[in-house]
Design a binder for this molecule. Sequence first.
Ligand code: TRP
Length: 333
Amino acid sequence: MTGRERIFSGMRPTGQMHIGHYFGVLRNWVRLQHEYECIFGVADWHALTTSFENTKDLETHMIDMVTDWLSVGIDPQKCLLMVQSLVPEHAELHLLFSMITPVGWLERNPVLKQQLQDMGLKEAVGYGHLGYPVLMASDILIYKASKVPVGEDQVPHIEITREIARRFNSLYAPVFPEPQALLTDSPRILGIDGRKMSKSLGNHIGLSEPPGEVRRKVLAMFTDPEKIRRNDPGHPERCNVFTFHRATGNTRVEEIERDCRSGTLGCVTCKQELAEHLIRFLETIAPHRGEYEGKQELVREILVEGSRRARLLARETLEEARRAMGIHYGIAR
Ligand code: TRP
């Protein structure tokens, strides 16, 4: 690999991607691969922290997710695509980091606090779940990545990663960089019901959604609640349908805004236009769909090869960390 700055980012295997993932994360990854040396990982161990009871779809979810990464233009010739559990060095570094990470840092993690509230888990939080940020620090630091593209919600984890790196470096030797989060200024796309877009809420539009489904879902979207009759003047700034027109680059966005405000454009017509526009948009953002869709074996080979190459990098850092900690004994493994 070249001397460019290195990026690591990961995603839990959640299955097929939706347009929220595209605007929030994937579009950014596709851009970054031209400027940085990128490693993108399937965080299957992270998925286990909360979904350890239901693992039967993990593999399908991984393949479906990575098929979508590839379809939108993540290029396996340019990036390393790997699977966390196929690079066990992450787990060993996690163990070493767990020795130097105060439990207080993890108990104060606002992401965990929020999850506990949402899930009503308080007493039952798993040991692995508590260590979520330590595992994430291992993912990033084992490749000495200096930048980490993530959503706003992950920033506290990057903070903990920096603290772990700093602590390791000051205790032993300056092995690790202190990585920074790379945030996107992506348009906020909500689900078709106006809540956060999420597959579990069934309010998403998938990147590989068939045209008929796109039409059905778009026609079910909420619009400006004050625009009841066709000719009522609307408020595009409060309308999720308008946000979609703008975010997906409809070139007629100015006319739509004007005609909605003046009451000449009705919501049904506006949604019909959005559906057709979205169908074309989904085709353009997934130019490689035909190369990967339904080609499980090809996708698996890409992940196996990426993990093999990632492992060579991970091993080197692990040797260095063991040496710095005094548990290398001059014995390479
Ligand atoms: N926790 C991240 C998320 O839920 C996924 C992830 C795992 C990750 N390891 C990472 C992101 C390392 C960035 C870097 O979105």
